[in-house]
Design a protein around this ligand. Sequence first.
Ligand code: SF4
Length: 344
Amino acid sequence: MITRSPAFLQRHDEAKPLVTPPAWQAQLAGAIRDPAELCRRLGLNEAWRPGAEAGHALFEVRVPEAFLSRMRPNDPSDPLLRQVMPLGEEALTTPGYVTDPLAEAMHTPAKGLIHKYAGRVLLITSPTCAVNCRYCFRRHFPYDDNSPSRAQWEATLDSLRGDPTIREAILSGGDPLAASDRQLAWLVERLEKIPHLKRLRIHTRLPVVIPDRVDNALLEWLGATRLQKVVVLHINHANEIDDAVVGACERLKAAGVTLLNQSVLLRGINDGVDTLTALSERLFEAGVLPYYLHVLDPVAGAAHFDVPDDEARELVAGLRDVLPGFLVPKLVREIPGEGSKTPL
Ligand code: SF4
């Protein structure tokens, strides 16, 4: 389970607003964090409870109401529920499944900064997420060691200022949009003053799980920046995209954002041609282009989601048979030490 030290919590309190928190923050605070409550709300019988408690002890459950409302009650195989439901399998040890599957600890030259690929850097902008996805490759990430104070951010930004090869800053986390707009505006204001930076990319699941996150305060700083803006959403199943999510996408596009999506191929959730086809179709209806389909990163606790490479290739071949090329996501794996994602 992720726990935060008092010093860490104090640092992140710097951006606490003095006025009434926006609606999305109340939804974030009200997310379900109790596995028994999750089972009860979805009508799952008592047999699910021990496994849910065991998984929760390793990585806490977190599900906002807006996401819960898209799940089918009384259906333990619901594809949205399966992404967030803790299970006893998470406690199993599987050879090759480790706590840092992408060896990110080797690529953190400054606090909050991950530099793996040429031309772009990743900033750990928030240590938390609105939803805790059971397959997350950062479920064991040491956020306490990578959550800069503002003074420490300045030092991290200095390393960007001094490297003219960096053209793109990627806000990541956790979920970067879990940070307050005040904090994000502060950071982006500094980023856009770095002349060699051209693009701002945001990797987020918040517009999906709490669509109200895309409010006027967010659109204000995002719409105002001189940087080209790309938001990479993370959606794994067409059922995640309801009218509220479509509305959030429309607001982002109106602010000049290019919208892409990345998915993870997950056993029992989206491992079928029909399911992936429906996802691509629904994404495009919402104005989002499918970008990547990742095979699972071998993170400890998530082996039960794995789909073998040969099966993954067959699925994507099946997508090519029925979809135009621009709706077929690139099937990739991230291999530690490689200079880019590796196509499969
Ligand atoms: S939202 Fe992203 S970073 Fe957060 S738990 Fe899910 S996959 Fe991981």
